[in-house]
Design a protein around this ligand. Structure first.
Ligand code: B12
Length: 232
């Protein structure tokens, strides 16, 4: 095999091929391994799950984003690529979860904010947090602030993790902070935000406790927040 498996994962994300039965952009690829089979193979070969996630699935999606921005790809291309990444993540998940403290580290309610349908990054964060030993309640996409706060209260979660990928939806993160304050829960629940248009500055601006640039930062920041919470 001339190409590295991780590079092949990137190629197949770009072609939106979930598995060997999928057609790609190139002709004659049906029958060749797609993202799911390649991830399986990469894991069997002993390639580190982190590398598969970061240099394979995530990298592939970044390149899809660049192609969309340059006008080479359109929305259906983004969707098929997203499905291919999902297929890969499904194979990865059992290999990442259960490595840590089996949810004993702390409870996190995770959601993509209202009116935002992007979930690849959030799902990646969920998998990594579970792998690191957090208990994750993933509420999915397009979740209203009231629902996020309600679940965090009912579940007695220590952290709310919010994801937004659109300039127009990132402001909905502030509503979560506001509602926590209104319900008198602000001191009990920390708010960690992430997603491409957000930043540390934005987190401070809306009164969130922390910002994570990627799934690894999400783990680091969640651990820091729990430590800070425990000390107070
Ligand atoms: C895939 C994709 C889609 C797919 C989403 C499929 C899915 N299931 O998620 C579909 C086709 C549905 C889609 C739709 C749209 N999209 Co879109 N999409 C993308 C794309 C190409 C990739 C996003 C992605 O998955 N990246 C890969 C993941 C791994 O990275 P990530 O999400 O950033 O997550 C990482 C970090 O940010 C962080 N993170 C993420 N969440 C969290 C949470 C916490 C707590 C923490 C700590 C960290 C963290 O960790 C993650 C892992 O490392 C981006 C382009 C890009 N360059 O990002 C555009 C992009 C986000 N989309 C864009 C747009 C405009 C749209 C549409 C409005 C298009 C349209 N005209 O209809 C719609 C909006 C739909 C909606 N209401 O949400 C714009 C947003 C511009 C802006 N800043 O406002 C982008 C930037 C493309 C562009 N340049 O124009 N999209």
């Amino acid at each position: 095999m001339s190409k590295d498996i991780v590079e092949m994962i990137v190629d197949n994300v770009l072609q939106g091929r979930r598995n060997k039965d999928d057609e790609g952009i190139e002709d004659g690829v049906v029958g060749q391994p797609g993202v799911a089979e390649l991830v399986e193979e990469a894991l069997e070969t002993g390639i580190e799950p982190d590398r598969i996630l970061l240099k394979g699935l995530s990298r592939g999606m970044e390149l899809v984003g660049a192609k969309y921005e340059s006008g080479e790809y359109f929305i259906p291309d983004m969707l098929t690529a997203a499905e291919a990444v999902e297929a890969g993540m499904k194979v990865m998940e059992p290999h990442l979860t259960g490595q840590g403290d089996n949810g004993g580290k702390g409870k996190i309610v995770l959601a993509t904010v209202e009116k935002d349908l992007h979930d690849i990054g959030k799902n990646l964060v969920a998998i990594m947090l579970k792998g690191a030993g957090f208990s994750v309640i993933d509420l999915g996409i397009d979740v209203p602030a009231a629902r996020i706060v309600e679940v965090a209260e009912d579940e007695d979660a220590q952290i709310i993790g919010l994801s937004a990928l659109l300039n127009t939806t990132m402001k909905n993160m502030e509503e979560v902070v506001t509602q926590l304050e209104q319900k008198g829960l602000r001191n009990r629940v920390k708010v960690l935000i992430g997603g491409a248009p957000t930043s540390g500055d934005f987190a401070r601006q809306i009164g969130a406790d922390s910002y994570g640039k990627d799934a690894f930062a999400a783990i680091r920041e969640a651990e820091k927040l729990l430590k800070a919470g425990g000390d107070s």
